[in-house]
Design a protein around this ligand. Structure first.
Ligand code: S3P
Length: 435
């Protein structure tokens, strides 16, 4: 599916973007393994998170959908999952596959995790190695690629693991295997990453200690059913924060956006660039800090993006590239090599896309140097990466002529309804018909 996105003026209105993807995955997983019935409110109806729910249904967990964005999960307890009758398909979701690898390593039955073309190219050694050190048996295709074949019945033992890369997915895989391990499991990170697994395990009653940068838990306890309220996904709000900052005469209000500090690096970066983003009615919702975000147009300036911010904005670089392309002056991004192993090589895809629109951008191994300036129309390819597709659609809002963006269907993995919501705010995105 291709999109055509056209230049626009002034974005206005109030928006509610869909629920947080990271929290939605974990809510299903922990509710499934808990004892009792949990309600999940604000669940992301995206392909990634639905794939996770479908996987638990195939392992015997009854999950009801009383209405859109709600799930009622009848937990089966830590040892209550049933052996699935075939390969478990994680779709496009790295979070699904990596967290499930940890969790399934602790089961009595064998299982296999597969994914789509993009996920099948993503590195899994980063979870296989620590899980092997815990006594798990996980086999991959050559090069550490999916599918993952996980042998059940392994006796796991706790480890003290120092993560070589800052990755919440790897940290979470180790902690989830740790639920089934003998003794204590500890993880230490080179830089703190999102702590939803730790917070949610605590909320579900598991005795876990954690601080930014480390977590520690004992094996052999139980999870108690707990209701989860999922805030709006900051990563989905990010496209509108940048769009309204860049398009003159804009003012948008984004409702109830999750502001976990391990997610909001983009806010800091945009503010350093001169953005006008205000937080209203800051409150706590389901243990997470949320606020309504008001964003108005402002002239942005290029910056050297502080390397310390990178893990806190790891999913926001495609849209930051667009902010940089429209800012006055030069923006330098470094320390972000992880972008090359996301749903696509996001440095390459965004550099190619923006260059095709006339932006002066130079790729580096771990980032890019981007000169702000005029953006032209043309044809670009999102390479099937949801965040690149939405970012390029925002770039087109400022372009001199319409932009055709190829391969956008994967936006449904994280942001169902993006086109409608974007159009409601004044972005001129439409699904292309014919060629
Ligand atoms: C996620 C962790 C991050 C992030 C991804 C979601 C999570 O991945 O990019 O979108 O929910 O734990 P890494 O762990 O690979 O950094």
């Amino acid at each position: 599916m291709d999109w055509i996105s056209s230049p626009t003026s002034g974005l206005h209105g109030e928006l509610c973007v869909p629920g947080d993807k990271s929290i939605s995955h974990r809510a299903i997983m922990f509710a499934a393994l808990a004892e009792g019935t949990s309600h999940v409110d604000g669940f992301l109806e995206g392909e990634d998170t639905r794939a996770t729910a479908a996987i638990f249904a195939r392992m015997g967990v009854r999950i009801e959908t009383p209405s859109a964005s709600r799930r009622v999960v009848h937990g089966v307890g830590l040892h209550g999952l049933a052996a699935p009758d075939g390969v478990l398909d994680c779709g496009n979701a790295g979070t699904g596959m990596r967290l499930l690898a940890g969790l399934l390593a602790g089961q009595r039955f064998d299982s296999t995790l597969s994914g789509d073309v993009s996920l099948s190219r993503r590195p899994m050694r980063r979870v296989i190695e620590p899980l092997a050190a815990m006594g798990a048996h996980v086999e991959s295709e050559p090069g550490g690629l999916p599918p993952l074949r996980i042998r059940g019945g392994s006796a796991l033992r706790g480890i003290d693991y120092e993560l070589p890369v800052a990755s919440a997915q790897v940290k979470s895989a180790v902690l989830l295997a740790g639920l089934y391990a003998q003794g204590e499991t500890a993880v230490r990170e080179p830089h703190p990453t999102r702590d939803y697994t730790e917070r949610m395990l605590a909320a579900f009653g598991w005795p876990i200690s954690f601080e930014p940068g480390w977590a520690r838990l004992p094996g052999g306890h139980r999870l108690r059913a707990t209701d989860v309220v999922v805030p709006a996904d900051f990563s989905s709000a990010a496209f509108f924060l940048v769009a309204a900052s860049l398009v003159p005469d804009s003012r948008l209000l984004l409702r109830a956006v999750g502001l976990n500090p391990r997610r909001t690096g983009l806010l800091d970066a945009l503010r350093l660039m001169g953005a006008d983003i205000r937080e209203h009615d800051v409150r706590e919702q389901g243990g997470e800090r949320v606020a309504d975000l008001e964003v108005r147009h402002a002239q942005l300036r290029g910056i050297d993006v502080p390397v310390a911010l990178v893990p806190d904005m790891i999913d926001e670089f495609p849209i930051l590239f667009v902010a940089a392309a429209a800012a006055a002056g030069t923006t330098a991004i470094r320390g972000a090599a992880e972008l090359r192993v996301k749903e696509s090589d996001r440095i390459a895809v965004m550099a190619k896309g923006l260059a095709a629109l006339g932006v002066r951008i130079a790729e580096t191994p771990d980032g890019a140097v981007i000169e702000g300036g005029p953006i032209g129309g043309g044809e670009v390819d999102s390479a099937g990466d949801h965040r690149c597709a939405m970012s390029l659609a925002v770039a087109a809002a400022l372009a001199r002529a319409p932009v055709r963006i190829g391969d956008c269907a994967n936006v449904a993995t994280s942001f169902p309804g993006f086109v409608e919501l974007a159009r409601g705010s004044g972005l001129r995105v439409e699904i292309a018909t014919g060629r």
